[in-house]
Ligand binder design. Sequence first.
Ligand SMILES: *[C@@H]1O[C@H](CO)[C@@H](O)[C@H](O)[C@H]1NC(C)=O
Ligand SMILES: *[C@@H]1O[C@H](CO)[C@@H](O)[C@H](O)[C@H]1NC(C)=O
Ligand SMILES: *[C@@H]1O[C@H](CO)[C@@H](O)[C@H](O)[C@H]1NC(C)=O
Length: 334
Amino acid sequence: MLAPIAATLALAGLAAASPIAVGANPHMNINVARDLKEYKTDVEIHESCNATQRRMLEKALADTFEVATVAQEYVATNGPEDPVFQKYFGKEQKSYSTVLGIWESLLTSNKEGVLLRCDNPDGNCGQPGWRGHWRGDNATSETVICDLSYTDRFYNEAFCMFGYTVAGSPLGTHWSIDLIHRMFHVPTITNGLVGHYSEDYASALELAEHNATYSSIDSDALQAFAAHVYAVEVAKGGDACIGEAAEAHSDSHGAATSSAAASASATPAASATSSAAESCHTHADGTEHCEGHAESSAAATSAAAAAATSAASQDCHTHADGSECKRASVIRFE
Ligand SMILES: *[C@@H]1O[C@H](CO)[C@@H](O)[C@H](O)[C@H]1NC(C)=O
Ligand SMILES: *[C@@H]1O[C@H](CO)[C@@H](O)[C@H](O)[C@H]1NC(C)=O
Ligand SMILES: *[C@@H]1O[C@H](CO)[C@@H](O)[C@H](O)[C@H]1NC(C)=O
């Protein structure tokens, strides 16, 4: 279903080395037939990923496309009057086409050069709690996936399991939503349109209700919407899987408070507890915000007898300005 749109993308493919000076006659430069650019449907998995990592990332990427497709189809079909759409994006006229276009872009933009890698080239994975990061200026289309991602994230089938709620659990609980977030950081995916304009679930909803100008391009609102629609339409989780928004973000950078899914437990054999995971973002103005969340446990992939305990883990990524999350954190398996 993705291939046919390649033709429309090709218009952007101006040849860089034209024999005619741009100033001489601009019309001659563009009104020529030109070859299509190379078009890649899929995100590439770097050779640094071993067989296990590759299999898990392939599944994670398939999950990502599944969730994005459900979100895209939901928006296209139910339109801007839909209550779930308005919950996350408000009532601005431009929101419908903007949101629809963002999901379309994520699904069909040219993935040439868009890469997930496993070799920790910037050395960030050594920092406690790091599950992955966008490479920023070092390679704008590349994302590093750190080892913790493989133990901490769930596949789509686990939506609405173990006390997960869209409102109360970290957005990155599932691979799919996490990779949607990471893809939004890659400039070529939405031409850099999506950014961070809210702090957490509650503030994203508040933005939609009172100040929706940025909601349609807000990374958290888009992720939460995709999770919400998937949870209800596909996972059939209903109200229980959506949950209630906690109080609006207090803007304190202090101790993270966790909510709904704090006691998420996993397989009977594994006792897993979690607390105070944080997700940090640095905003365009340079301020850093870390949001408190209950982090889902990793027990599903750990040894059956293991008791997994995570405390104050962070989901960190580095932004274009080089800023990153600095708070100490630990994940322990014992
Ligand atoms: C892949 O790498 C991970 C750790 O980075 C390791 O635990 C796993 O055994 C490796 N898998 C293979 C098939 O080499
Ligand atoms: C880019 O590379 C430099 C040098 O290796 C490193 O210090 C920096 O953290 C990297 N940036 C990101 C976003 O990882
Ligand atoms: C609306 O939201 C944007 C982005 O978060 C913010 O910069 C702006 O100050 C907000 N406006 C009002 C009136 O709250």
